[in-house]
Design a protein around this ligand. Sequence first.
Ligand code: B3K
Ligand code: ZN
Length: 858
Amino acid sequence: PVVIRRADYQPPDWWVKTVALEFDLDLSATQVSATLQIERNGDHERPLRLDCDGALPGSISVDGVAANWRHEGDGIAVDVSAPRATVHLTTQIAPDTNTQLMGLFASNGMLCTQCEAEGFRRIIPFVDRPDNMAVYEVLLRADKARFPVLLANGALVDAGDLEDGRHYARWHDPHPKPSYLFALVAGDLVATRDHFTTRSGAPVELAIYVREGDEGRTAHAMQALKASMEWDERVYGLEYDLPVFNIVAVSDFNMGAMENKGLNIFNSRYILADPDTATDYDYDAIEGVVAHEYFHNWSGNRVTCRDWFQLSLKEGFTVYRDQCFSADMGSEAVKRIEDVRMLRATQFPEDAGPLAHPIRPDSYMEISNFYTSTIYNKGAEVIRMMATMAGPERFRAGCDLYFARHDGEAATCEQFVRAMEDGAGLDLGQFRRWYEQAGTPQVQARLEHDADSATATLHLRQQFSPTPGQQDKPLMPIPLRTALIDRDMKAHRGEQLVLLTQSEQSVTFTGFARPPVLSINRGFSAPVTMDVARRSGDLLFLVRHDDDPFARYEALQQLVIDRLIADIGEEGAAAERAAALEDILSVFGDLVSDQRLDDSMRTEILSLPTEAFLGEQMLIVRPEAIHDARRALRKAIGTRLIDQWRIVHERASAVPYSLSREARGARKIKSLALGYIASAEAADAATIAFGQFAQADNMTDRQGATMVLASMACDERETALDSFYNRYQGNALVIDKWFSLQTGSSHAKVYEQTLELIRHKDFTLTNPNRVRALYWPFVSNQAAFHHASGRGYELLTDLILRLDPINPQTTARFIAPLGRWRRFDEDRAAKMRGCLERILAQPGLSKDTTEQVVKSLE
Ligand code: B3K
Ligand code: ZN
């Protein structure tokens, strides 16, 4: 595959200024015709180059005359002599064979599009790059009975009936946009409607389109949409800019959702919810994704990306915006913990492995592979650091300037940074390295106390590990929110932002007669790993007394990690390890009933790090040892505190279902308590779990109970899984959960069960949600996936080889777990590499998968 480089960016030779599209829609043969007004860019004699992927032109004319054209690379070249011209072209496409789900495709009898990043060229040949912004007018024609609803971007300008039971709809979008934001939908859909009035008084009609029967499950998404519109006005001063905002839910979709102008298309899992079928976690995910796509209307659509290397310009910023929105809607502390947990679970490993790349990459082979946790989540952390350094008002001023300067443009990350410098008054010279450099910085911190001068000196040091293509790394500015807590007063005199810019740096604080306790990187102000030299007892002190909720969470996690790593490596004397266990048990005991914590936060704090996360802390991952050590700790916590877990479970079970914070918190702690009761191997654990399952009047409790049962060996397990399946047969999103619950379990037979599920009649390779539901939990299940025999690797490899010809984009996501081979013992590493080589040997392997495999083997 060809490598595309950021440094090679050139504006297009020709601009497409307006696009008129006509579609005769049909599942197997859709006719498309396009009329493009083009304009030469600069003084040159080069032909008009159109990107093209499958959709070969039937005819092309320039100013009414049949054109000279030829194939050139991935596209076609058309000779045009005038500086401006009208190009007309036609294509025919077959949506029902489009299993890649890029371009125009069929899903359950409806038709819809996905054009980001390079899907539009699968519909017609086009200048398919984000810096070409054009005005679109779209005419849709289709059979009225099969496709009663016809939607495109912008507003409906005309509609009516045609002969032979057909009808048409004409849509116009006045906002110039890149082709990746084009969308159309045709199908037999039902709308839930609502409306919103913008701050300046403009009315907006809102609609969410779903398949008949799903309309009772759109209320939460609609609520989230209105809340997002209101929030973006209040927090960023940004209003919506069209008279309609449509959302459509589809079941076959490669990712979460897509921010097409005025016509967002969603994976149905991020729209549909009711208490019987969606968990509280699903409710939050829906709220977050609806907001994310809505926020793109400004950060993405009004201001888009010049080229795909700038992807984080819209994605990192928009993730940051949706994170802040969700924090405002719920609990800021819990949201921060969830976001950091996600960053550490996905982005840190990516940044430490063969696929590491900066948030603004320098090169790629297949852009679809760069919709990564680095671009999205680390990108959001980089924006967050600027917000932390600027403070809220100045950050807002920087954003205002960015939108004012670049509205209607295709911009770059550099332009964002410059607007932030000018608008917020920050010097971001050195900070730009966060865009250039891959890898997670490591920070060492040590506090030195001097009784004579009553000072405490913080010694900091930053370090970097090499990443592919980046051996020596320059220093980064690392903003660390820091507090020094007095041991007796259990309070600090105010938090400070320490900016670490040197390789080694010391900061002295005065007025400390006694040595204080260091609380650093509070709120996870910088996306780094911290190695803090501490006195024994400091972590325990922070768990009990830190006033930053994130820091409390962090301190207990660290205490647990230290203890588990010591167990796994059998480090330290047995007596020392036993004492550490006693500390953990006693602090857990206190926190189970600590009145200062709400149940949601309590659950976060009392959850153990995953096996995969523990693996990340080790140079060479030892899956069995990690599994055993974690299991033993869970058992100890369950057993010692069994009475308290029972009380919590009963207390929480008495709270009636509602979406209030208290009720949601109660459901969260309930299933955590159930998990610890099961870990204690209490004789009645299966009975209690089955009781929670049978009495559940909502999916959160039902799923929580099934999850605990799925890892147990008892009759109740089979009864619950069968009844879960029978109850929800036909509801794809809930059946997805049924698959995940089993392949993610720690049941001794999880491998055999997974093999059986692959053969289940409800398993299919053509639905990305189903594929992910079955395989992701298995692959993330460290002990199962990394079984010493290598059978987990083989199981994944078989999937990759079968799925690649069907859906390369979804397939390529599954390479990273095999690419982590350097972190495993020689035997496992050889098996993982062997699998990668077997994949690479497959004839006709997609560009997507090839890129990931080649990089993983390097
Ligand atoms: N912008 C889309 C992602 C498109 C992915 C294309 N492979 C969704 C989002 O980030 O909002
Ligand atoms: Zn996005």
